[in-house]
Design a binder for this molecule. Structure first.
Ligand code: LRH
Length: 464
């Protein structure tokens, strides 16, 4: 994505798009990270001369390097089964409540901390001198320089959200060698320049600076929420839905832990207080199983299916792994004594109702747990293209939804680079520029908030 930024100007154009296809090997689910790097180089070639480059990507996963800086094996996908049952073993050393009090990070089986515990006795980890999170790994290949960007580092569950530094106590008790990680760097910090070999391959003229951005894609997306003031909630929709608030300080209470809210770090030391919801992954996996039918038509048919007939718990980690998603959704409805959706339109409606319900519950609980007022819900990311999901989300939240921008992560990435180069002002200034320049749609809540509350209560009772 190429951004152009100036006074009253914020434009994004797509230079090149490439798929990110995980590969299932005998040893498990792996990322094709060399394919991704090749895609990045193709993207730079297509982009042409640029003033700065920044990389963001998904959280928690990493590559290991040996003493020569060579990659050891293919990075493991967070949906891989290796972390099953690992958290319980970690909690035997540091109880879950203490981990939450120290790191503020929600329980998810794939947090880097649990991945490292799962890898403990592997040859690769023993041989590793360095661990780089995926965006930091790509940045390293572009520049030859290593660092650990803070917003993404927070998703390892090894960072203290109060000091915004490593949680030395947790690492020590769990035997995690923090020396594996490169020094922390923050959004806006320089990250080096494109290596001569990269310039040669892409045809760019050096020097081209690489700038540290909020390298966790969700942190970049939250930075690009076009909110005015502070009384807003956001939902970053894509493969995941990340629903919550931007706060100045973490919420580390027992109630917050019980509700499985996370305190990830955002731009400028803010806290992203949010909950992970399975997101459009549920639909993507169904669509894959159905052989990629026309999505527009499927959504039109789903809009005709009566609302809230059956809902599943879109926060359930049981939906994490790929495969057989329509059957798994139907089984979840059957097991909870609800009508079983069978046609693609019925299953799609069940997924969208379930997502909207989970969005509504997350926003309501975040408001309550953080004691933070919310007048409007900003929906950003790929899900903004799905008008039915946006409308249902407004209905379930009982609040207006402002949808857009779609490419929020890319815009947040570009704006942080632009700010580092003196082109835009502070966070509020970035948001004003977004609100002025991006196409946004507004959805008003339609009546029956009580029906959504009742559906939520029914689901909670059935899945208890
Ligand atoms: C979204 C995301 C999310 C993480 C998940 C692993 O792309 O970064 O914030 O929880 O991937």
């Amino acid at each position: 994505m190429v951004g152009r930024v100036g006074p009253g100007l914020l434009e994004l154009t797509e230079a090149h798009r490439f798929p990110n296809r995980p590969v299932r090997l005998a040893e498990g689910l792996r990322w094709d990270v060399l394919g991704l790097y090749a895609g990045v180089l193709d993207g730079l070639r297509a982009a042409g001369q640029v003033d700065s480059v920044g990389i963001d990507g998904w959280a928690v996963d990493y590559g290991l390097l040996d003493a020569d800086g060579a990659l050891l094996g293919n990075p493991v996908h967070y949906r891989d089964a290796r972390t099953e049952g690992v958290a319980e073993k970690v909690w035997a050393t540091v109880p879950a409540a203490e981990l939450y009090a120290a790191t503020g990070i929600q329980y998810a089986p794939f947090n880097t901390l649990y991945q490292l515990a799962a890898a403990r006795s592997t040859v690769q980890l023993a041989a590793a001198e360095r661990l780089l999170l995926v965006p930091d790994l790509l940045t390293y290949w572009l520049t030859g320089e290593q660092g650990t960007e803070l917003t993404n580092a927070s998703t390892t569950q090894l960072v203290d959200p109060r000091t915004r530094d490593w949680s030395y106590g947790v690492a020590d008790r769990l035997g995690v060698d923090l020396g594996l990680f490169a020094p922390l760097r923050r959004p806006g910090d320089p990250a080096g320049v494109l290596r001569p070999e990269v310039l040669e391959e892409t045809g760019l003229r050096g020097p081209v600076p690489v700038t540290t951005v909020a390298s966790h894609d969700t942190a970049s997306a939250v930075a690009a929420v076009p909110a005015v003031g502070e009384r807003f909630a956001y939902i970053c929709t894509g493969t995941w839905s990340l629903a919550g608030l931007e706060l100045d300080a973490p919420v580390l209470t027992g109630a917050s832990r019980a509700a499985n809210f996370t305190n990830e770090l955002g731009l400028d030391g803010t806290v992203r207080y949010l909950r992970n919801i399975m997101g459009l992954w549920l639909l993507q996996e169904c669509v894959r199983a159905w052989g990629d039918p026309d999505l527009g038509e499927l959504l039109r048919e789903a809009a005709e299916v009566p609302a809230l007939r059956s809902v599943v718990d879109a926060g359930d980690a049981g939906f994490l792994a790929p495969g057989r998603m329509p059957e798994r959704i139907a089984a979840a409805c059957r097991d909870s004594g609800q009508p079983v959706p069978s046609t693609p339109a019925e299953i799609t409606r069940c997924v969208l109702d379930s997502l909207a319900l989970a969005h509504g519950r997350a926003v309501a609980e975040a408001r309550r747990l953080a004691d933070h007022p919310v007048d409007v819900v900003h929906v950003v990311g790929g899900g903004t293209r799905n008008a039915l999901l946006c409308q249902l989300t407004a209905d379930a939240c009982g609040l207006p939804v402002v949808a857009g921008p779609t490419e929020a992560a890319a815009l947040g990435n570009v704006l942080v680079q632009a700010r580092a180069h003196g082109l835009v002002g502070d966070r509020a200034g970035m948001r004003r520029l977004l609100a002025r320049t991006q196409r946004l749609s507004r959805y008003e809540p339609r009546g029956d908030a009580a029906a959504w509350r009742a559906a939520g209560a029914r689901l909670a009772a059935r899945t208890a």
